[in-house]
Design a protein around this ligand. Structure first.
Ligand code: BGC
Ligand code: BGC
Length: 846
């Protein structure tokens, strides 16, 4: 979209201000050389504040001189609470623990707050009352409090960063940071892996919503304020003495610049773009003394950041002056060339001070210790890393803080979701809403009869997005959000307070004819790579509320569309149908903030005006490099009055047939435009899977998330026998022509695991148009696969053709049917070659 040309304009202006030494330099800087070499002298020098007083530094040095080498190695390793016990923290002298997105005390992600605090005490006590040699060093616990203390049931969930970017309010950001820090302190953690200061340039990236904006200046204007809100002012005063925690700016560097928006991919950009766009937020982070920096999983110019000494040591530490600790991301060290999850001296040499080794810490500890003893890792580097860890602990005041439960704010559970924090979150929701269209229907009269439709209207998990209670934000319902308000509840309250009436009907089938309808639609939760998409469009199975809008319009009912989304997407159909269109982003727990903006007060005037402005351009088509519909900064207000609307072309300019790369289902999610459907063999009793866990076939089918390759990288199906049998299908309504592939000896590859062997024959088939096409192919191999083993089953497309399928008209490239019971997990369905298959099905003899 707009970002590249705009960036190059900025870059070219900036070049003239650079201290250039040679005439040819500007040109060289614009064309990316490959290999990740840096020029530190081109980066600014930043004055990182003094964070440790001389006495504190003396203590750091004193501790270092007393520590055993085992203790030193333990200090630079972080384990996940799901894979380490307090006893092991003592035995291995671990410096830190974290809770990953799916971890919680006792293996329960949704554990009540007191259990988090009790576990914090247990880890602390293990670190301090550890009989093995060396001085006692308190442990610190890091958590992804990325939009509020978002792993904790009952905490205030603030809008995700993309919405905050729309708010254009740095002061609000600091208040959010402060409220978040207070809530973290209640459950005893000292460190949050936030803020994310990415500057996403391609919103197909599944993490784009974690960034405030694609504009470096906007991101930079927030970073210092968020760091101050979380940590307090940069000084030598102990952080924990105030209502604060240590922050972490992530993911250093250019996580938002990867090619095609691929998570953990490669940023093929020049050093100039690296510095001016992606480096910009790190300047205020340094100036405000951010305590920690997390490196990115991704690469720059083909080299993994976590192994790039030039970036981590020469630039971040030496040039930008960073005085805190640098931590790797989740087993990211294992992705560095020459490393594995269990050994990575390269990362330590590059300047990493702590390795996040959630479940691999034991082996990593052993190898690192051996590498230090063998001299592969120098003692000087180890001492520097340990000193940085100790400095952060000193700065926190951790040595004096006592057990987590004895610290200020600890155990004050009323502070989780406290009214004053929720008020800040609701203000943030109000300020983040962006009005893209209003032909005059807004503001609504609250005394009217209002219909609320759409599948997202009464779903707090959905409006909160990923990194909420669970990693992907899935598997939750409203009961997991005590004290929170769904968009529907917020509307209902506003309307009933003003004497109107509200009706919730997700499919739009109202009981009493409404004066106006609010239709809530948009994305479902995702995190990290699970949210990567090939083009900027809403998944087909999430588009049906647009049809609801159309029907309501036809019935003469004015429609307000409210979109829940982590990113701008091509939704011209919805923009055309609705009379007003509000982008709500991922507003979090305070859905009442949406109603605040939609309704007028008793005097007919709205109590608040819209102030949200687009944090990145909104696309006119689904092409990420296509034209812009609404530019960065766009947003209507009530003061603008009603606006006329010219119908937009309804052409996504992107093939909606999923044929592009022949991947239909991967890592637990279906690729656009496909849907995953469970039904009877004849298609009746069908369930379109949008979220798991789910139940289909009138209770005979249970679908849950399973792990494969990555966490929740598969869907698990448990199907019982019953009338009509069972079918699992990947399909969509627009036929795809697979004749070329069939000709080319391509196979349908299904990566699956049999969990409960089939009790009756299993077949595979395709769908052409609306019905099964050709004879189903019996797949006896499925009955013989070892239970519990992942296998790639290949079925040559030509077998389907031979069985009578019209390969030019495929509406379902995958259909598995059985009359009996079966349990299996599915992680990937894609086209591929015989060499990729473990088992190749034979075409039936004709
Ligand atoms: C963890 C997340 C982590 C992810 C990385 C998950 O298992 O819960 O915290 O970010 O793995 O792939
Ligand atoms: C994510 C980080 C997160 C970490 C711990 C990683 O997979 O990339 O953003 O802080 O997991 O959960």
């Amino acid at each position: 979209m707009q970002s590249r040309p705009a960036f190059y304009a900025i870059a070219c202006m900036a070049i003239s201000a650079l201290p250039l030494s040679g005439a040819g330099m500007a040109q060289d800087q614009l064309s990316p050389p490959a290999n990740g070499q840096v020029h530190p002298d081109q980066w600014p020098r930043v004055a990182y504040p003094r964070i440790v007083a001389p006495e504190g530094e003396a203590r750091v040095q004193d501790l270092l001189s007393q520590m055993t080498v085992e203790q030193k190695v333990g200090q630079i390793i972080q384990a996940d609470i799901g894979s380490v016990t307090p006893e092991e923290v003592c035995e291995y002298h671990l410096g830190s623990v974290l809770n990953g997105g799916n971890s919680g005390p006792g293996g329960n992600d949704l554990a009540p707050a007191p259990e988090w605090l009790a576990l914090a005490d247990a880890f602390y006590t293990a670190s301090m009352e550890c009989p093995s040699g060396g001085p006692a060093i308190p442990i610190m616990w890091g958590t992804d409090a990325v939009h509020g203390h978002s792993n904790i049931v009952g905490a205030t969930i603030f809008p995700h960063n993309v919405g905050l970017g729309a708010a254009r309010d740095p002061d609000l950001i600091e208040r959010i940071g402060r409220a978040t820090a207070i809530e973290i302190r209640v459950t005893g953690q000292e460190w949050t892996f936030a803020p994310t200061v990415t500057v996403p340039q391609d919103y197909r990236w599944g993490r784009a919503y974690e960034g405030y904006s694609s504009d470096p200046a906007l991101v930079a204007s927030y970073v210092g304020r968020m760091v101050r809100g979380l940590q307090g002012p940069a000084s030598t005063a102990p952080i924990l003495a105030g209502p604060h925690v240590a922050a972490s700016t992530k993911h250093f560097l250019a996580d938002g610049a990867t090619v095609d928006g691929k998570d953990q991919g490669d940023a093929a950009i020049s050093e100039l773009e690296l510095r001016l766009v992606h480096g910009a937020p790190y300047i205020p982070a340094m100036e405000n003394g951010v305590a920690t920096v997390m490196t990115s999983f991704s690469s720059w110019q083909g080299v993994k950041i976590s192994g790039n000494k030039g970036l981590v040591t020469d630039i971040l530490k030496d040039r930008l002056g960073f005085g805190g600790l640098v931590i790797t991301d989740w087993n990211a060290h294992g992705q560095i060339a020459g490393c594995s999850n269990s050994s990575c001296p390269i990362a330590i040499d590059a300047g990493l001070d702590m390795l996040m080794a959630p479940d691999t810490w034991r082996d990593l500890y052993a190898s690192t210790l051996a590498e230090v003893k063998a001299g592969t890792i120098s003692m000087a580097r180890l001492d520097d890393a340990v000193a940085r860890v100790l400095r952060v602990k000193q700065r926190l005041g951790l040595f004096e803080a006592g057990k987590p439960s004895t610290r200020p704010l600890s155990g004050d559970y009323d502070l989780l979701g406290a009214p004053e924090h929720r008020a800040v979150a609701r203000e943030a929701v109000r300020k983040s809403l962006v009005l893209l269209k209003n032909t005059g229907v807004l503001p609504l009269k609250p005394s009217a009869r209002i219909l609320v439709a759409g599948d997202g209207a009464d779903d707090i998990a959905r409006q909160s997005g990923g990194w909420t209670l669970s990693w992907q934000g899935t598997g939750l319902d409203n009961s997991d959000f005590p004290g929170a308000t769904s968009l529907w509840r917020g509307i209902e309250r506003a309307v009933s307070a003003a004497g109107g009436s509200a009706e919730l009907a997700p499919d739009g089938a109202f009981e009493r004819r409404p004066d106006a309808a609010i239709v809530v639609f948009g994305e479902t939760p995702y995190a990290e790579f699970q949210g990567d998409i090939p083009s900027l469009q809403l998944r087909p199975e999430l588009r049906w509320p647009i049809e609801t809008m159309r029907k309501l319009k036809e019935a003469g009912i004015p429609v307000v569309a409210v979109m829940i989304t982590g990113r701008p997407l091509y939704v011209n159909e919805a923009l055309n149908e609705a009379d007003a269109f509000v982008t709500a982003w991922l507003p979090g727990s305070e859905g009442g903030g949406v109603a605040d903006l939609l309704f007028a007060g008793a005097d007919g005037n709205p109590a608040y005006d819209f102030q949200g402005r687009l944090p990145t351009a909104w696309p006119a088509t689904a092409r990420h490099d296509g034209p812009t519909l609404f530019p960065f900064g766009y947003g209507l207000t009530y003061a603008d009055g009603a606006q006329s609307w010219e119908t937009l072309p309804q052409d996504s300019q992107v093939a909606d047939d999923g044929r592009g790369n022949g991947v239909y289902f991967d890592k637990g999610s279906v690729a656009a435009p496909w849907s995953l459907v469970v039904s009877q063999i004849d298609g009746s009793d069908s369930l379109r899977l949008t979220t798991v866990p789910a139940t289909g076939l009138s209770g005979r089918a249970t679908i849950t998330a399973a792990d494969h390759g990555v966490q929740e990288g598969a869907r698990q199906f448990a199907i019982e026998a019953g009338p009509g049998g069972g079918a699992v299908e990947i399909g969509n309504d627009n036929p795809t022509d697979l004749s070329r592939e069939t000709n080319g000896d391509v196979l349908l590859l299904t990566t699956l695991r049999i969990d409960a062997p089939p009790t009756a024959p299993v077949s595979m088939s395709l769908r052409c148009g609306a019905s099964d096409c050709g004879r189903p192919l019996p797949i006896p191999a499925l009955a013989t696969l070892d239970r519990g083993q992942w296998r790639i089953l290949g079925v040559p497309l030509k077998c389907f053709a031979a069985a009578g399928a019209d390969m030019t008209q495929i509406t379902a490239p995958f259909r598995l049917t059985t009359e009996g019971a079966i349990g299996f997990s599915l992680s990937r369905v894609a086209l591929g070659s015989a060499g990729e298959a473990d088992v190749v099905a034979q075409c039936p003899v004709r």
